[in-house]
Design a binder for this molecule. Sequence first.
Ligand code: AMP
Ligand code: ZN
Length: 505
Amino acid sequence: MRDPLLDVSSLYVPMFFPFFAGNTDTEGSKPPLALYNTMGGVRERFAPLKSDFVRLYSCGPTVYDSVHIGNLRAYLLSDTIRRVLRYNGYKVKQVMNVTDIGHLSGDGDVGEDKMALAVKRAGKPMTLESLREVADVHIASFLADIDAMNIKRPHAMPRPSDCIPEQIALIETLMDKAYAYETSDGVYFDTARFPTYGRLGDIDIEGLKEGARIETHLEKRSGTDFALWKKGDEIGWDSPWGRGFPGWHIECSVMAMKHLGKQIDIHTGGEDLARVHHNNEIAQSEAATGKQFARFWLHNAFLNIDNTKISKSLGNTLRLQQLTDAGYPALAYRYWLLTAHYRSPVNFSWDALDGARTTLKRLHRFFFEDLASSDKGAINADYALRFHQAINDDLDTPRAIALLWELVKDEHIPRADKKATLLDFDKVLGIGLLRTDAEHSVPVTVSPIALKDLPEDVRLLVIARDEMRDQKEWKKADELRDEIASHGFTVEDHPEGVRVYRTTA
Ligand code: AMP
Ligand code: ZN
């Protein structure tokens, strides 16, 4: 997807950049919400279709396996937009599908069904019940992952296997309107009948047609036509076109319309989905209803691991559980993701995660220990406005986090107000300040160890490091910090002096 704004430097445009110039209808000092819309490829001012209610649809997981940490970036985007919308005072209804049937391993209409493969892998008989059982296991693990990441559960998480009649009805509508045709192996959407097909993103339609032709059969009228219904498989449901199962794309149109109506405000997903899946969603929905399907399309860029694309065949897939098993709380991963803009590609490394854990730990200690006894304060209006400007600037979470640290260090803000303001920020960032369940959080109950209680060798190292710092011998001080760490202790420098903790996972 071509993205002229992907250059990170361009994300730091002051809030009132020309796009907003002349906007006079902002409510007091409330900054307008601007989102980068993949449809059209520009930032646009967001307002819901109907008063203050936002209909949000997010493409969800195919539950044939546990999700990997790259997938979680997509769900964090849907969570962030939802939180930002709430922060702006909108009511939000969020729907996310959970694909439990019919997602082929390729983008086109060939390849094996991922769910059927999972049933085989589980050694179960190929029945609809087995499909359901396999899906149930992975839905539970998906929910555990998003809970741990403090990603709010969508208001509805429909499954296509529960909506077969609705999917058949939509295909019938498309047949009646001559947007679909039947072949010996299924029912296909006729993309030539939909003149604006492929308008989402910077799509090379000719290339797409060419690519699709390679994996197509002679009965398809055009390479970009896609299956609405696939006939005859080992298992399936009865339909006017024989036994089979719905094509993958139709489910999202059906579920969005069933739970949100014919038109939705915002649709999210990973950038890989724009080209085929989302263009197909648009075509079949708009052909059926004659109305614009989604007004804003938000796509997150990909996460790579050690500069390599996540891929099962390369064996470099990482799951959240592996991070937590290695001692990295899910919230540290969330914090790290938020330090990058959702449209910037990111590269995961253990070192990066390690840094995020340390920083988040420092924040939690400051908040839960240093500010513990602070009174009820007031949200600082200046910081709140700047925070609001950052998140309303196409969800600029890196800027919001930089601001959070500016606030932490700002000595002019009373501690009670700092606390209230940080709590306000956490409504959007969700990095554990509002949470009371420390279980998934970074441990915060650890108290610093008094110098006299440290093992003698560590105590001497800490004193030596302090001396080096006094003499501004930073390199030597850093070496001593590493030596202290090798004994299982962490030192932190605070205005009132050094604090030493036992290193925890
Ligand atoms: P899938 O189960 O493959 O359909 O993916 C679920 C969601 O995760 C989709 O929104 C994908 O676009 C997104 N996704 C898949 N891989 C990555 C990745 N490496 N980085 C970010 N998002 C991803
Ligand atoms: Zn979808």
